[in-house]
Design a protein around this ligand. Structure first.
Ligand code: PMP
Length: 392
């Protein structure tokens, strides 16, 4: 967020007030006719079989309030998916909760598990809802830096962030905005600290299937002693390329799921009736769909990374996700917010500044984030426009 003052907003949310920079940049894209590589959503539909399943469900019997924990067909599909891809076992009747996207799952988990006086450890740059959710809960954030270009963290800094008031750690892997996929060694460092300090981990894994090269996604819940203290969250948005459907889920041991549901039922109660069985169809698609999804996005990543390098940026090649962060200093710039506000006029492309996703503005200032999840012809056009920067 840009943190502008908003006269009606309560103190707790003041620092998150004003227009989000994503909205500002998207409006700028519309006004200038620029290609919007700011917001992370695909510009094509997901699998036709999944869309057909939603249409069928609307014609059929899925149009009233779903059960509070979600339709059984989707809970079963989520449990099967966790077993099939990650070897994790969850009981679909007691250990899976369907939510209004990962967004609601994360918000409900944080509201359910921490409150005033508690501390939450997470990393920066961050996905912007984490600090806002922590503030809504009345808790405090303790941030650990992921340092460019490799976006590694210092284990001693992480250890120092834990204290007697730490209740929760929030992990996002694969990570937005850096594209980092946390390694097993890093996950085990995190796990050891969670066990040592008796902390619950909330993991946001919405990019679990968008992982490139030799990298692999490893869920924290599968690491030693973490099964009973991890709330695993994901959604169908990115995996199935239907980001507007907002069907997400929580997988955790029964007591944790019940706690998250207690908060979730006060937020939306239930949502997305006919999209739930459709997402179940998507989660059952064959392995070829999933490998094709990652390979396709990897090719787009390569196209955009090459174009960014040619234009004079220094991109950090991401291990996963939709995003590429790029250093603007080789272009003679150092303030990403200023740069992103000028970029549409300069060359007709929109990006987002990483500093709005950091408390430490210096950490993010020289980096901007581009989304690679657009059609190849759109990326090619964007790359041609960006190339004009090198001639300025
Ligand atoms: N977590 C991360 C890291 C994200 O990038 C996003 C979407 N940009 C979400 C959660 C939100 O997921 P959903 O649309 O399922 O609410």
């Amino acid at each position: 967020m840009t943190g502008e003052h908003s006269p009606f907003l309560c103190n707790r949310l003041q620092e998150f007030g004003g227009a989000s920079v994503f909205a500002e940049m998207s409006a700028l894209a519309v006004r200038t006719g620029a290609i919007n590589l700011g917001q992370g959503f695909p510009d094509t539909n997901g699998p036709p079989a999944v869309a057909e399943a939603a249409i069928e469900a609307i014609r059929g019997d899925f149009n009233q309030y779903p059960p509070g924990i979600g339709y059984p067909v989707l809970r079963r599909a989520v449990a099967d998916h966790q077993k099939r891809f990650w070897g994790l076992e969850f009981d679909p009747d007691t250990e899976v909760l369907i939510t209004a996207g990962a967004t609601e799952a994360i918000t409900a988990a944080i509201l359910a598990l921490c409150g005033p006086g508690d501390e939450v450890v997470t990393f920066e740059p961050y996905f912007d809802i984490y600090p806002a959710d922590i503030s809504m809960a009345g808790a405090e954030r303790r941030l650990v830096q992921l340092r460019p270009p490799a976006y590694t963290f210092d284990p001693d800094e992480l250890a120092a962030a834990f204290g007697p008031r730490t209740r929760v750690l929030v992990l996002n892997s694969p990570h937005n905005p850096t594209g980092k996929v946390f390694s097993v060694a890093e996950l085990d460092t995190i796990a050891r600290l969670c066990v040592e300090h008796d902390v619950i981990a909330i993991t946001d894994e919405v990019y679990e299937h968008l992982v490139f090269d030799q990298n692999v996604h490893v869920p924290l819940a599968g690491r030693p002693q973490m099964a009973d203290r991890t709330v695993t969250i994901s959604s169908g948005g990115k995996t199935l390329s239907f980001t507007g459907w907002k069907i997400g889920w929580v997988c955790a041991r029964g007591e944790l799921v019940r706690a998250v549901q207690a908060a979730k039922q006060l937020l939306t109660y239930v949502s997305g009736g006919p999209f739930q069985p459709a997402v179940a169809v998507g989660l059952g698609l064959d392995d070829g769909f999933y490998t094709g999804l990652a390979a396709d996005l990897q090719a787009r990543r390569d196209l955009l990374c090459a174009g960014l390098s040619a234009a004079g940026f220094e991109p950090a090649v991401p291990q996963g996700t939709y995003y590429i962060t790029a250093d603007i200093r080789p272009l003679g710039a150092s303030d990403g917010l200023e740069f992103c506000r000028a970029l549409p006029e300069m060359c007709g492309v929109v990006a987002v500044p990483v500093q709005v996703l950091c408390d430490d503005k210096e950490l993010g200032a020289p980096f901007v984030r581009f989304a690679a999840c657009k059609r190849p012809e759109v990326l090619t056009e964007a790359v041609e426009r960006l190339a004009t920067l090198a001639n300025r």
